[in-house]
Design a protein around this ligand. Structure first.
Ligand code: EPU
Length: 426
């Protein structure tokens, strides 16, 4: 077990380097299997989800090697075997191996994926896309899915919901369709989809429309070796923006194409954050507020697919609002089970009422008190560290393994910004 131990700083001051994006890296690592050769991903985050994903690739015969911030994947010798269910269940992103293995081998047998317990996380839309593309799919009693076949005609499909993972699977299963045209509408528009398509195009794929709700994939015969630099993680950047709003100070985030979602920045701006962005860094500045000061008015978060307010930033701002907003409302529209952080924040003294599975009401309190809390999931864990930045006394955030799934080194980063924080393993 590991945990973070921290006390409140007097503002955050300093400069840190943003890591590469987790949610871009994971499908890209899987996509490397579509090339019978070497793919190099630069600025690949060194986080436990990435290590799990490379483990999955190794179990199907690829070799993966880390060279500083790069990941080198050799999929020349890939030989599809049965991937142990326990490994597949370690992360949600394992689901994109369905599309990848269909694309490369024309058949796949995989367990249902796992991931943070933030909702049902069904894969019905993924399977609908495969069927529409022409693959046979079957769900078995032993919680395995099999799919096989090949694309034997053009395909035009409108997704029921703009699922990120289903969009990725649709693209991955189609790129090698050799001459056929696949058009997917109402697809996810997340920047991570754009990154995936840019990478695939750099490997010789022919994909247009990424970032819009209509993507067209002209199938090619094969993909070639390539090298791609992954952009900075917008959720990590947003997490530090939330921390800066909570604690005040002046921080510089350096990275590759740094970006924070505009909905997140608008909320930050209402809470006093000033922000400038250059090509490879951004500066965030907020006043260190007097202890009992709160921003007047209602602050509302309503999560939605991109470009809406990201569900992955909801918990962090629930923590910020607990201390800094007179009143706050959180509506979680993407996952059914993502208000869990409220219980832990309440333990620290927050006044939060979870009125339904998806809605929480917050009355800002003048004081949060540090205590022992445990991370309910990845982003919830980061939210509790942020709450610790504005709590009296010492905060201990247990189950930090969740946080390590997506943040390379929060201890190092917050220490760079002047926080007295330690990560301990027991
Ligand atoms: N859904 C279905 N059926 C499907 C697919 C999705 O009902 O076939 C539902 C899900 O149950 C969920 C909603 O649609 O309620 C959104 O799911 P989506 O497929 O869009 O998300 P995902 O691909 O499972 C990715 C990120 C998540 C992020 C979401 C939304 C990765 C590896 N994960 O998940 O990231 O929250 O998109 O933006 O890319 C995180 O980083 O902490 C994280 C959870």
């Amino acid at each position: 077990m590991s945990y973070f131990q921290l006390t409140r700083p007097n503002g955050l001051y300093g400069e840190i380097e943003l890591q590469g994006s987790k949610n871009a890296a994971l499908p890209m690592i899987a996509a490397a299997v579509l090339c019978k050769g070497v793919t190099v991903l630069d600025n690949c985050p060194d986080i436990s989800d990435v290590r799990e994903m490379t483990g999955l690739l190794e179990s199907i015969g690829c070799t993966c090697r880390r060279e500083k911030k790069s990941l080198v994947i050799d999929a020349s010798e890939t030989d599809y075997a049965d991937i142990p269910a326990a490994d597949v269940k370690k992360l949600r992103s394992s689901v994109v191996l369905l599309g990848v293995l269909l694309g490369r081998m024309g058949s796949v047998r995989l367990s249902y994926p796992g991931g943070c317990k933030i909702g049902n996380r069904k894969i019905d839309i993924h399977l609908e896309i495969f069927r529409e593309l022409g693959y046979e799919t079957e769900e078995h009693d032993d919680e395995r899915i099999t799919a096989s076949g090949r694309i034997h005609g053009d395909c035009h499909m409108i997704l029921r919901y703009a699922s990120v993972g289903a969009t990725e699977n649709g693209i991955l299963a189609s790129v090698l369709s050799d001459g056929y045209i696949v058009i997917l509408e109402n697809v996810a528009r997340e920047p991570e989809i754009v990154e995936l398509c840019n990478m695939l195009n750099g490997m010789g794929a022919d994909i247009t429309g990424a970032g819009s709700s209509r993507i067209m994939i002209k199938g090619v015969k094969e993909l070639h070796e390539s090298r791609y630099t992954i952009g900075s993680d917008r959720i990590v950047a947003g997490t530090f923006a939330a921390a800066a709003v909570a604690a005040g100070g002046r921080i510089v985030l350096r990275g590759v194409r740094p970006h924070i979602d505009s909905e997140v920045m608008m909320l930050c701006a209402r809470m006093g954050l000033k922000y400038t962005c250059q090509e490879d860094y951004m500066t965030l500045e907020a006043r260190v507020l007097p202890e009992h000061h709160m921003y007047a008015g209602d602050f509302i978060i309503s999560t939605a697919p991109y470009p809406g307010f990201p569900t992955d930033m909801q918990s962090q701002f629930m923590a910020v609002m607990s201390k800094k907003a007179e009143t706050g409302i959180v509506v979680e529209n993407v996952f059914e089970n993502r208000l869990n952080t409220a219980d832990m924040l309440k333990k620290m003294g927050a006044d939060i009422q979870v009125v339904s599975e998806r809605v929480a009401l917050i009355n800002g309190v003048s004081r949060l008190t540090g205590c022992r809390v445990s991370a309910p999931d990845l982003r919830g864990g980061a939210a509790l560290v942020i709450a610790g930045l504005v709590a009296d006394g010492e905060t201990i955030v247990e189950d930090a393994e969740y946080i390590e799934r997506g943040y390379e080194n929060l201890e190092r980063d917050f220490r760079e910004l002047g926080v007295n924080i330690k990560m301990r393993r027991t």
